[in-house]
Design a protein around this ligand. Structure first.
Ligand code: CMX
Length: 135
């Protein structure tokens, strides 16, 4: 089973506006900003206990976050669980009949191995599984 919620991804129109909000209103510190070109996003991370908040700004209207904001507006985009043995988990999840976006792990932000499950199979919540390869 997952060890914890690794992060919650929140789609925002502008990191320049959202990052100072999280810093000023919640007193959180943005410890990393990273562009994930393959996902067409720029990300900003805050640590809250064991869990991160990942703010996502689209770099391309045709990318997943650009399309999401166009359709639904800003808001919670995905929930990510930390797991071990990600490749095996993705296989057993598919065997259980759940639609996955990633059949096998791929590289995500912060060097994590990740795999997404399709929101149509997960009660409308885009769900990500993450494995830290350094552990
Ligand atoms: N949460 C819940 N539902 C979502 C969603 C989300 N984040 N994104 C799309 N959907 C819904 C759509 O509203 C649509 O529902 P309806 O059919 O009821 O209208 C359905 O899923 C299919 O959407 P679509 O527009 O036809 O398909 P998209 O081309 O937008 O693809 C998805 C959707 C989830 C497959 C795609 O966004 C994807 O592959 N996501 C995984 C990668 C990703 O999100 N990367 C960004 C974050 C990267 C990071 O964290 O570093």
């Amino acid at each position: 089973k997952p060890t914890h919620i690794e992060h919650i991804g929140i789609a925002v129109k502008s990191l320049d506006e959202a990052v100072p909000f999280y810093e000023k209103v919640f007193g959180l510190e943005c410890y990393a900003v990273e562009e994930v070109a393959e996902q067409k996003v720029k990300t900003a991370f805050f640590m809250v206990g064991q869990t991160k908040i990942e703010l996502l700004e689209s770099t391309d209207p045709a990318g997943p976050v650009g399309k999401f904001i166009e359709k639904k507006g800003e808001g919670v985009h995905h929930v990510a669980f930390a797991v071990e043995n990600l490749a095996d988990k993705l296989v057993s999840i598919q065997d259980a009949g759940v639609a996955v976006i990633d059949k096998t792990p791929r590289k995500g932000a912060e060097g994590l191995n990740i795999g997404f499950l399709h929101p149509k199979s997960t009660f409308g919540v885009l769900t990500e599984l993450c494995e830290d390869p350094s552990k």
